[in-house]
Design a protein. Structure first.
Length: 250
């Protein structure tokens, strides 16, 4: 039996790739494509898909997830810009409706490995900075991948403390040292034409640096991860929990 799939943001850069990728898989069936201005709830009610793949915009994604869960549909979410509070809200909704969901800041398997290697390196080299590079049309900064990597570096340090800046250090241009969120890992966001999605994590130690870099050169790089997640939709539905990060399905 085929797994039925709806795509939100179907006319977008990622959505178009997802539509083509789902249509190319014999065990998956694309039943709905919605974009800005379409009635998602009606599409869900009419087509009853097993999964809703969402690559929309930060303002729309939470409403789409809520609609999917309320209709017993598993949201497979690639849209970035959700706050930690939003993620916790989705976790609660999954439990309330008894339907699972997947939120993956990065569906590229190479990027998932980059994050895993960064977590491992942080155990031995706690001083780290992240440079993420994306196309000029990306709305949010930093990227979801950078935020997740910072979280994983903070976990990987396991108590080892990074070196403090010297007393009196200051920025001549505000923001020159990047932004800091979880784990105080500086994140530098580059937005330039020519990039799809790249990230380099630089670790510094005594007389040495280690760089771990991943480049998505084409949006097709995300599709094996999206297809993998869609195939997990029945198991996610039964699990009734939010899964955060593609690495949990590998
Ligand atoms: P995009 O080209 O702007 O596509 C977004 C699409 O969603 C557009 O067609 C947009 O329509 C549509 N849309 C807006 N509001 C909507 C709504 N309420 N319901 C349904 N559709 C709606 O952006 P993109 O480059 O494809 O990226 C989409 C998202 O995926 C971004 O958050 C990006 O950061 C993320 N992303 C994630 C990964 C990952 O691996 N997790 C990888 C790449 C990108 P209009 O153009 O008419 O507004």
């Amino acid at each position: 039996m085929s797994i039925t799939v709806a795509v939100a943001g179907a006319k977008g850069r990622m959505g178009q790739e997802v539509v083509a990728a789902v249509q190319a898989e014999p065990d998956l069936r694309l039943v709905a494509q919605v974009d800005l201005g379409d009635d998602l709830v009606r599409a869900l009610e009419e087509t009853r898909p097993a999964a809703l793949v969402d690559f929309t915009v930060p303002e729309a994604v939470l409403g789409n997830i809520e609609a999917a869960l309320a209709h017993g549909v598993v949201p497979i979410v690639g849209t970035t810009g959700l706050s930690p509070q939003d993620v916790e809200h989705v976790r609660g909704l999954c439990r309330r409706h008894g339907v699972g969901a997947l939120i993956a800041p990065n569906f590229a398997i190479g990027a998932v490995l980059m994050m895993r290697f960064a977590q491992e390196a942080a155990k031995y080299l706690p001083d780290a900075e992240i440079i993420e590079m994306h196309h000029e049309k990306k709305l949010d900064a930093p990227s979801g991948t950078a935020a997740k990597t910072a979280e994983m570096i903070a976990q990987g340090r396991a108590g080892a403390t990074p070196t403090a800046l010297p007393a009196g250090a200051f920025e001549k241009i505000p923001g020159a040292r990047g932004g800091k969120g979880v784990g105080d890992v500086p994140v530098h966001s580059v937005r330039l034409p020519g990039f799809v999605a790249s990230q380099e994590v630089i670790f510094g130690g005594l007389g040495q640096t280690l760089s771990i870099r991943h480049d998505s050169r084409d949006r097709k790089s995300f599709m094996p991860g999206v297809i993998l997640a869609v195939r997990h939709a029945p198991a996610l539905a039964a699990g009734g929990e939010l899964v955060y990060g593609l690495e949990n399905l590998l």
